[in-house]
Design a binder for this molecule. Structure first.
Ligand SMILES: Cc1cc2nc3c(=O)[nH]c(=O)nc-3n(C[C@H](O)[C@H](O)[C@H](O)COP(=O)(O)OP(=O)(O)OC[C@H]3O[C@@H](n4cnc5c(N)ncnc54)[C@H](O)[C@@H]3O)c2cc1C
Length: 374
């Protein structure tokens, strides 16, 4: 019988499983689909950025800056994680007026950043629209090949004895007193464990926790759109780019392609469990990218995707907590489109909490208590 049970084989599930295995625990991971089939998979890269992040997540991000290069090294230096810098673009006078305050706030949290304009801005990124007046630059920010990384963590975890069982949807839990003792699969099989339960099912967490514990988490699911362009030699992008008011984020992809995203949503088919892009969202996202790089006018889109659900929370920061009334059950979800960058740190802190009984103060902003749920 395993010590600990993890539901979900995305980045969170696999990082938690790896951490537990390193500490000598027997771990089983149960995944409805396959490793990295959810938000931790799909085309493009994920931003690993502190720039523009919610104040409450910045202490986690400060630690994540240290953790990412170490993890990259531990996984064999395959180039999943790269430090590229992040430039948060400013266009409107109002946003310029707020720039010093934003820089000051981030620096107060130990995030190294500065306001750049003119020649310095052009040196960091060429080809920007003349309307872009300045940018806030965080040199330590970067990107990660999320699917490759998650699968590599899964491989490493398996080598340490973690059992990763795919095609196994969990629909319920068995409890005795205040502890969960077994998970029940959608096919009715009961799988017992003796230690902790980690519900790291992201978009599946809401329904699972509601059915099993009658607990309604204030989260919902969104399928976020991503586009990959055809090779486009006219612009060279080295930096991760975001924008203070435009819904656009641009990342470099191999072969001179660009990844364009920025919070546009597709449509989710509940029956088929698939997402599809909406032509209006593709057009809208492209228009925002062209407003940043006028040279992008006429760029061909090679691939679009909205097939990877992410759980969003009402206050735009995640829920990371022990399930109320359950001594050995932990849930983390509601990443709101920016859960990737902090994953290695959050995974370590959840494991520490479960094994020591002591919650790090860094996790205090993310409890259910903030919604009046105890
Ligand atoms: C398009 C897109 C762009 C993003 N960009 C960024 C970014 O630039 N920077 C950033 O920091 N973050 C970003 N994010 C967010 C980040 O990718 C996610 O927060 C992170 O990957 C979540 O990891 P996870 O392991 O919690 O979830 P997932 O990877 O979704 O894993 C959860 C797993 O649980 C499984 N599951 C669900 N229900 C059940 C069940 N009942 N039984 C068994 N298994 C179940 C699912 O199949 C899934 O594999 C983005 C997300 C998306 C979708």
């Amino acid at each position: 019988m395993p010590d600990d049970m993890v539901i979900g084989a995305g980045a969170y599930g696999m990082l938690v499983a790896l951490e537990l295995a390193r500490l000598g625990r027997q771990v089983q991971v149960l995944e409805a689909g396959s490793v990295a089939c959810g938000a931790s998979g799909g085309p493009g890269r994920r931003g690993v950025r502190a720039n523009g992040r919610d104040l409450r997540e910045l202490p986690l991000m400060r630690q994540a800056y240290r953790r990412w290069p170490v993890l990259e090294e531990e996984l064999g230096g395959q180039g999943f994680y790269q430090r590229t810098g992040h430039l948060l673009l400013l266009e409107r006078d109002d946003d310029l007026a707020s720039a010093d305050a934003r820089v000051q706030m981030q620096r107060s949290q130990g995030i190294d950043c500065r306001l750049v304009a003119g020649a310095e801005l052009a040196e960091i990124q060429t080809g920007l629209s003349q309307d872009i007046k300045a940018g806030i630059y965080c040199a330590k920010d970067g990107v990660c090949d999320h699917g490759g990384f998650t699968r590599a963590v899964a491989d490493r975890a398996r080598k340490l004895g973690v059992v990763v069982q795919e095609d196994t949807e969990i629909s319920h839990f068995e409890t005795h007193g205040d502890s969960v003792t077994a998970v029940i699969t959608a096919k009715g099989e009961s799988i017992a464990f003796s230690g902790n339960l980690f519900v790291l099912a992201n978009s599946g967490a809401h329904d699972l926790v509601k059915t099993a514990f009658n607990l309604q988490l204030p989260v919902w699911n969104a399928c976020l759109q991503v586009m990959i362009t055809e090779p486009f030699g006219r612009i060279h992008v080295d930096t991760l780019l975001g924008h203070v008011h435009r819904m656009v984020s641009i990342k470099a992809e191999p072969d001179n392609r660009l990844m364009i995203s920025g919070g546009w949503h597709g449509a989710w088919d509940v029956t088929g469990q698939r997402g599809s892009v909406l032509p209006s969202a593709v057009e809208g996202n492209l228009a925002q990218a062209i407003a940043v790089f006028p040279e992008l006018q006429g760029v061909e889109v090679a691939k679009t995707d909205a097939d990877h659900l992410e759980a969003m929370s009402v206050d735009d920061i995640p829920i990371i907590d022990r399930v109320p009334g359950i001594a050995n059950g932990y849930v983390a979800t509601g990443w709101s489109g920016h859960g990737w960058a902090i994953a290695p740190v959050v995974a370590t802190l959840i494991v520490k909490w479960a094994l020591s009984g002591e919650r790090s103060e860094l996790l205090a902003p993310f409890t259910l208590k903030r919604f009046g749920i105890n």
